[in-house]
Write a protein that binds this ligand. Structure first.
Ligand code: FAD
Length: 306
């Protein structure tokens, strides 16, 4: 628990990021969790996943951007990404963090950038708006629903809700009422007891409750977890309620529990792999290490041995 807190604290440090970006060991640690630094790097790993029967969601790493010009670069990268996905005929959609589009600068800026992305995506390409730490939850949902309820009527987009937040039970009901597609995950940020469950058992129980609501009433939910207890709960519930495998999908992260990923596909379940790329890999990698500090030990020992 201590290590998790420390790693999550380090994830938010700009100084540590600067250090890590210029450190060979840190960079090789990151490689396990990202598909590459450049747009061209992603083709081969995405195609390999597609060939194994898995779809993909591509995330351009670039959270908490502080200058408007940077948000334009991130937005342009998404537009180029759409061209790339189409040109290479990849089975992939995209995920985007609103802070990378300028949410920490001004809501209106993030909204303009997201609109550009949704327009360029077109009705066939789905754009998932990732969820970040709790200071961003309400603003992310406000912005999302403004666009959802606007005259343009974009339907090629959806949200993420985190089972560790107390508020998510209500947010799930709102999404069900509006017909919004939800990715359900446990939540990856450091959150206090005022907003979030602190015990794993509580986070898991909440996950199961929300999963059951989404599976019965939701619009094609994405169930994002590597936890076999959660996965078994989904399979069992779907079997009991006669919910066919094309009404939802499992989602997992690139490089995490590969054998479990293959197993699910072999068993006939839909699986999408969240696949990040880009140079700004530091905070993402730190959150992955915080989820399983053993990864850090494993990576360091294998590097020392190597
Ligand atoms: C597709 C996808 C999208 C996500 N999007 C968001 C988002 O938008 N916002 C957000 O806050 N969070 C997001 N997350 C992260 C999520 O909130 C959790 O932090 C993360 O998935 C770990 O929780 P878990 O459900 O896998 O269960 P846990 O209880 O954390 O882990 C269960 C088991 O899975 C294995 N495992 C978990 N993580 C790792 C790892 N990094 N390396 C190796 N093994 C591991 C371990 O064996 C562990 O015992 C996303 C996760 C996925 C899979």
């Amino acid at each position: 628990m201590m290590t998790r807190t420390l790693l999550l604290q380090m994830a938010g440090s700009r100084k540590m990021e600067h250090f890590a970006r210029h450190n060979r060991i840190a960079a090789s640690l990151a490689q396990r969790f990202i598909a590459g630094e450049k747009l061209e790097d992603i083709t081969a790993p995405v195609r390999a996943l597609n060939q194994q029967g898995m779809s993909v969601s591509l995330d351009f790493l670039g959270e908490s951007v502080s200058f408007e010009a940077e948000t334009a670069e991130v937005t342009d990268t998404y537009l180029r990404l759409f061209q790339h996905i189409r040109a290479e005929a990849l089975n992939a959609n995209v995920s985007v963090k609103l802070t990378s589009l300028g949410l920490d600068i001004a809501d209106a800026l993030a909204e303009r950038n997201l609109l550009r992305i949704l327009q360029a995506a077109g009705p066939e390409m789905f754009v998932r708006v990732d969820m970040e730490g709790s200071p961003h939850t309400q603003r992310t949902l406000n912005l999302f629903y403004r666009i959802w309820n606007s005259e343009q009527g974009f339907r090629n987009t959806g949200i993420v809700l985190q089972s560790y937040l107390h508020r998510s039970a209500e947010d799930v009901e709102d999404a069900i009422r509006a017909g919004v597609r939800v990715r359900l995950c446990k939540g990856a940020y450091r959150e206090g007891p005022e907003v979030a469950f602190q015990e794993k058992s509580e986070v898991d129980a909440s996950f199961v409750r929300l999963m059951q609501r989404l599976l019965t009433e939701g619009n094609y939910p994405g169930i994002a977890t590597h936890d076999t207890n959660m996965i078994d709960a989904v399979k069992e519930f779907a079997r009991q309620k006669n919910i066919s495998t094309d009404r939802y999908e499992f989602q997992m992260l690139f490089g995490v529990r590969r054998e479990l990923q293959e197993q699910l596909v072999q068993q006939g379940y839909r699986l999408r792999i969240y696949t990040p790329f880009g140079e700004h890999w530091y905070p993402y990698t730190m959150r992955r290490l915080a989820e399983r500090p053993a990864n850090l030990r494993f990576a360091l020992t294998s590097m020392v041995r190597g």
